[in-house]
Ligand binder design. Sequence first.
Ligand code: PRX
Length: 640
Amino acid sequence: MIPKISTLGGYIFEYQKSVSNPTGFWNNIAESFYWRKKWSSVLEWDFLRGDAQWFKGAKLNLTENIFERHMFFRANQPALVWEPNDPDEAHRSLTYEELFDEVNKFANVLKSLGVLKGDRVAIYLPMVPELVIAMLACARIGAIHSIIFAGFSAQSLSERMIDAGATILITSDGGYRGNKTIPIKAIADEAMENCQCVKTAIILKRTGEEVAMQPGRDFWWSDLIADVGIHCPATEMDAEDPLFILYTSGSTGKPKGLVHTTGGYMVYSAYTFKNVFQYGDGDIYFCSADIGWITGHTYLVYGPLLAGATSLMFEGIPTWPDAGRFWDIIDKHQVNQFYTAPTAIRSLMALGMEWLNNKDLSSLKVLGTVGEPINEAAWHWYHDHIGKNRCPIVDTWWQTETGGIMISPMAGITPTKPSYATMPLMGIQPKIVNHEGKELMGNSVEGNLCIAFPWPGMARTIWKDHDRFIKTYFTAYPGLYFTGDGVKRDEDGYYRILGRVDDVINVSGHRLGTAEIENAINEHPLVDESAVVGYPHAIKGQGIYAFVVCPQFSTGGEEGIKTSIQLAVTNMIGPFAKPDKIQIVNGLPKTRSGKIMRRILMKIAAGQIDNFGDITTLLNPEIIQTIIADKNDSESKASN
Ligand code: PRX
């Protein structure tokens, strides 16, 4: 049994133990899993080289810890409950035994297609149970899955498949999202055209619409699954063998393929899941994140299933057929723990209280948030109207890189404060440093958030680019892992995340690099250059503001060019990366060395008109007032 802390005293005691003797602490936690062979050392590490190896020498298969380990007590317990996009379609429930059968069969399909341990399998699927089956089938045979969120464009999909060297793609004919049908296979076809490495595609029928099938390359999931056996022995993995690659955005244009390995990720995802959500036997846990992001990987699939939980997945969106959809699901399935993003809470809050009428939310015990800072108003609305003042909120801070939750209350144990992620979890040693790298000691301090010691769930490298891994995370403050986030430690020692301090923005919980969006905009033939910044947005947390220089566009054609820029971004990244505001400008504020002064643009985008600080290094200071005047002008036109 994975140990569960149940009191504040227990947390304080265990936390002390976990930081004074981290290897002893994680050794004990790891003992509760099933290993074919135990480790020779718990941890070997060197942050200067970006290295950490957990449970070295140990052998295991993660799926044996989900299935074989639980089969005696949980064979008939639902492992996965699936709620479709359309409430009129029947939901599905798969017990641990049924899910095991499906995973085994699909693992045999992959094997029959020649997939071997270490091969990369790209998955581009909507939120259907087969997505979970496919990822666990990869883990069963030691293939490395790389799931690409089904909202990404063909170009983004092919870039990721090429980088990962994926040989096979698992996708579907289409997908449902609210009242829209997404032509997933058509997007996948376009992506495969630009990517020579993918030789085989497995297509799941979801929407049933007609799709082109390329003979010799494309196979229907249903045909392949019909001829395979129900048993598939698990492949023995080293604790440090990769489990998956997940791409995320960074300060530069190229997405990073973060690599998570098997043993440490297994221990960390399950332990943090059970403790943060205080999951108990028989509970129904609902995480609304898409599996295409890390939250879905760790807290919809791996953490809950490793902990023997019943995990509910939802195919649709919170506002369709109406803004009561989440509350209907909670009512229908008697959900006990609900985990979502602040942006969803804010958008539902803005749609009014009527959607809560006649919804029975009394089953709820714990509420969670993730992905971006939650403002106080949203926190209180969630607490008062969804949790009815009796459910603790766990505001969980973590990242794709961290693999699992790092700073968070444990539900009902850690006293909460609105908008605070509160305290570090077991084994996590946060440090706050200033720009010079000096650690800021004590309370009531604010600076950059670093972590001083490895934890089992951390990413081990960037796929095929360890130097970039070192440069991105371990160079700014030697000896520390740098998160890229600003943080405050208040007078009580509580942590509040202040947002990114690099060129990454967080739009509706989606992490985007400003350089990535700029690259897409700059592809437009009429665009000379652009600068993208985030600005405060009431629902999305941050909106995308693009300042674009395009001297050649014809006067009067401003709307047309803005639309075609939006299209360029949709085509290169995906619709979720479309700028909320585009301002055509004559120039960008630049230093003499040619660097765009983004801090000025960020202030302008946020509505500031003066106090720009030191602008003596600017080559063209007069551009600031021109940009402000144009912005005011177009805003007043828009409001008339
Ligand atoms: O800025 C932090 C923000 O999301 C970033 C990580 O994004 P991603 O890798 O996509 O993972 C999101 C889901 C884990 C962080 O660097 N972030 C995440 N959780 C919180 C948060 N900001 C404030 N409060 C949080 N609870």
